[in-house]
Design a protein around this ligand. Structure first.
Ligand code: F0G
Length: 353
């Protein structure tokens, strides 16, 4: 029987583990890389892949970094973890906290996080503080709090988070046998683009790949501080996960962009929704709006002067569509039809089609 031991065990030689690091796991990582059937070919790219990070245990890529950060917290004998979150980090922190006996405290912007994510934090038994302000406000508060209270901060400013998230880049190279030409990735607090770039560099330095990808990051047009070159006080986008006006890893994202000869650009909410709907209806992949920003960005690449012929591209689909039922319901064009339960009634209804 093949038993997948989890990320820390699988990639221990590339991660900051010591003899005291517990090899904890909820089965994170090892996510599918799925070939696009329509979206890639529609703009002449036959080798577009989707990395389905929504298949992680709490439905987002955050579990990769969280398992490492929580292992570190346990190693340090911490008893409490804390984060600010647009939702996914809080879901992940709460899950690992519950499993490994840590008290989890999460601060979220009141009324701003997707229902599924909030329900996850509630289900896992975290203490949840909804703050009257933005994610950036909640994050600033958490940073002050850890100066005063003995709690492990598990946002992506925690270097162990970044280390754990690098494993997604390792998996892509392990699966494709080389690094792709391009990575398309949504950018919020900018930890993930930082991690991927670090991960590809690590593998390159160890001779596991002979090439490096260009990092193509995308922010929502109403929450695009990196693209605009200034903080956004009141960020606005349907993609609540990346509704961030002052990213913590801003400088590192610029470094990833510049070192990789990549770009960070914007996608509008309409472009995000178009990609979101195409993913579910044409490709059978239901991701959350922030993830669709990667695909919206991919679809812009020809307009941005990028030649995709013979190129391999991986879009990082960071979170599962079930997390945000409100957006999904609003975008639905399918109506649920009420019918009596006998076959005649069903047949009668189907005759109209
Ligand atoms: N996609 C999803 C689904 C996310 O939840 C996030 C970030 C991102 C993309 C952007 O990644 O911040 O590393 O640039 N979510 C954080 C949270 C902020 O609190 O869950 P990033």
């Amino acid at each position: 029987m093949f038993y997948y031991p989890g990320l820390i065990n699988r990639y221990k030689e590339y991660l900051p583990v010591t003899e005291n690091t517990p090899f904890i796991s909820l089965g994170e990582g090892n996510t599918p890389l799925v070939l696009s059937t329509t979206i890639g070919p529609s703009i002449g790219c036959e080798k577009l892949f989707f990395k389905l990070e929504g298949c992680n245990p709490t439905g987002s890529f955050k579990d990769r970094g969280m398992v490492m950060a929580v292992a570190r917290a346990l190693e340090q004998k911490k008893t409490r973890i804390v984060c600010a979150s647009t939702g996914n980090t809080s879901a992940s922190a709460s899950a690992y906290g519950a499993r490994y006996g840590l008290k989890s405290l999460v601060l979220v912007p009141a009324g701003e996080i997707a229902l599924g994510k909030l329900l996850q934090a509630m289900a896992y038994g975290a203490r949840i503080l909804a703050v009257d302000g933005s994610f950036d406000d909640a994050f600033a508060t958490v940073r002050s709090l850890v100066e005063i209270m003995d709690m492990e901060l598990v946002n992506s400013v925690n270097p162990y988070r970044i280390e754990g998230q690098k494993t997604a880049a390792f998996e892509i190279v392990d699966t494709l046998g080389e690094a792709p030409d391009f990575i398309c990735i949504p950018v919020g607090n900018a930890g993930n683009i930082t991690s991927y770039w670090d991960g590809f560099k690590t593998y390159y330095e160890h001779g596991k790949s002979v090439n490096l990808p260009r990092m193509m990051g995308f922010q929502a047009a109403g929450a695009a501080p990196i693209v605009n070159g200034e903080k956004v006080d009141d960020p606005e986008t349907i993609a609540s996960a990346i509704k961030i006006g002052n990213p913590a890893s801003w400088g590192k994202a610029l470094k990833a962009r510049d070192e990789s000869n990549g770009l960070i650009d914007v996608v509008t909410d309409d472009q995000i929704i178009n990609a979101y709907l195409r993913l579910s209806r044409e490709e059978g992949i239901f991701c959350e709006p922030a993830s669709a920003a990667a695909v919206a960005g991919f679809l812009r690449l020809p307009d941005l002067g990028v030649d995709l012929s013979d190129k391999t591209v991986v879009c990082i689909l960071t979170g599962n569509g079930l997390k945000d039922p409100d957006v999904s319901e609003k975008q639905a064009t399918v109506e649920i039809e009420i019918v009596d339960h006998d076959v005649e009634s069903v047949l009668k209804l189907l005759q109209n089609h």
